[in-house]
Write a protein of this length. Structure first.
Length: 344
């Protein structure tokens, strides 16, 4: 890709289509519990007829790749002497407005998500089943989007909204790249940070330590979750956390292994800027070829994306964690098996 390629867009707001009138376009895509936001600026004299709650859809064209990147609804319209600013959100924002009050029994984390989405009036795509739960209380102290992130996280899954405005969750396999870019071609800038990693273990503690969510013991609180063989207590290198909803050793160990995996890979993180790359989204695994020595050589797990179009042309910024074999779902299962073995 070269700077001679002309980036473009097709933006539908209500019944109107815009292809070359925008002053600025900024799209931020996040994983739950954060939300996706599209902001567009039009000239003050633009004949916009769309209203709050109207549908919106955005397709980006890099000159080489043409992708629908966002579907949602108009959340606000601001006007001034110089411009009109339209803000668009999607299903994540709708769930972030909704504070549920529901209790579930004998359910998987995936079915909790499906139920919350149904109650919140949003569609679902592919959802990982995740951990089995004896019960789960989706109380109003959290939004439905926060509950979604919470229960998905116990299984190492990322919750996000697709380009078709469907909530989906996926256990990311960051051992192999989905997309390859090249230094000196698409990549404009990159910066990586390596951080200290003092925490060597995460330990999850539930309230019963039962072998199955359906067993009577799963409903009985216990003072000895580890069955007489507890690991070393909390310390400067070991972090414990309590999740009463995790009534089995397997559920608590899954949540601990998920935290450990995310923590380990977040110790090497960074941000890159490239010419517009509409196919990049949170959860995309990226490989950057021909980087100078010292910069990341592993696949990179993208957790935040910002697409922009304006006076500088089209740009994409990607925030990433280190990928590689330690972000393989099989490594997560290995950590889980080891943790459960230590409790038996």
């Amino acid at each position: 890709m070269t700077s001679l390629l002309q980036p473009g867009y097709t933006l539908n707001l209500g019944s109107q289509q815009w292809t070359n009138q925008l002053l600025q376009l900024d799209l931020t895509l996040e994983a739950a519990p954060l939300i996706d936001v599209l902001n567009v600026r039009l000239p003050a004299a633009a004949p916009i007829s769309a209203d709050i709650g109207g549908p919106a859809e955005l397709t980006l064209d890099s000159g080489e790749k043409n992708e629908k990147v966002f579907t949602g609804q108009i959340a606000s319209i601001g006007r001034s002497f110089s411009d009109i600013v339209v803000c668009v959100v999607n299903a994540g924002a709708l769930l972030a407005r909704f504070r549920p009050a529901a209790t579930y029994e004998q359910i998987t984390a995936g079915n909790v998500v499906r139920s919350l989405c149904d109650d919140g009036g949003v569609d679902t795509g592919s959802i990982e089943d995740g951990v089995s739960l004896t019960f789960y209380a989706a109380d109003p102290s959290r939004t439905a989007w926060q509950h979604t992130a919470r229960v998905c996280g116990w299984s190492g899954a990322m919750a996000r909204v697709s380009n078709e405005n469907e909530v989906e969750s996926v256990v990311v396999n960051a051992s192999e790249a989905d997309v390859a870019l090249k230094y000196g071609r698409e990549i404009l800038n990159i910066r990586q940070w390596k951080l200290d990693a003092p925490i060597t273990s995460f330990v999850g503690v539930g309230e019963s330590g039962a072998g199955s969510t359906s067993s009577p013991e799963a409903l009985r609180p216990t003072t000895d979750f580890f069955g007489g063989s507890p690991p070393d207590g909390p310390s400067a290198t070991s972090r414990w956390f309590s999740e009463p909803a995790l009534r089995t050793a397997a559920g608590a160990s899954s949540a601990a292994a998920s935290l450990q995996r995310t923590y380990n890979n977040s110790r090497e993180s960074g941000k890159m800027e490239a010419f517009l790359q509409p196919d990049l989204r949170p959860g995309t695994i990226l490989e950057i070829q021909d980087l100078p020595d010292g910069l990341p050589s592993n696949p990179l797990f993208i957790y935040r994306i910002q697409h922009s179009l304006g006076r500088r042309g089209g740009r994409t910024q990607a925030h990433f964690y280190k990928g590689g074999d330690t972000f393989d779902p099989m490594a997560l299962l290995g950590s889980l098996a080891g943790s459960i073995g230590g409790l038996l």
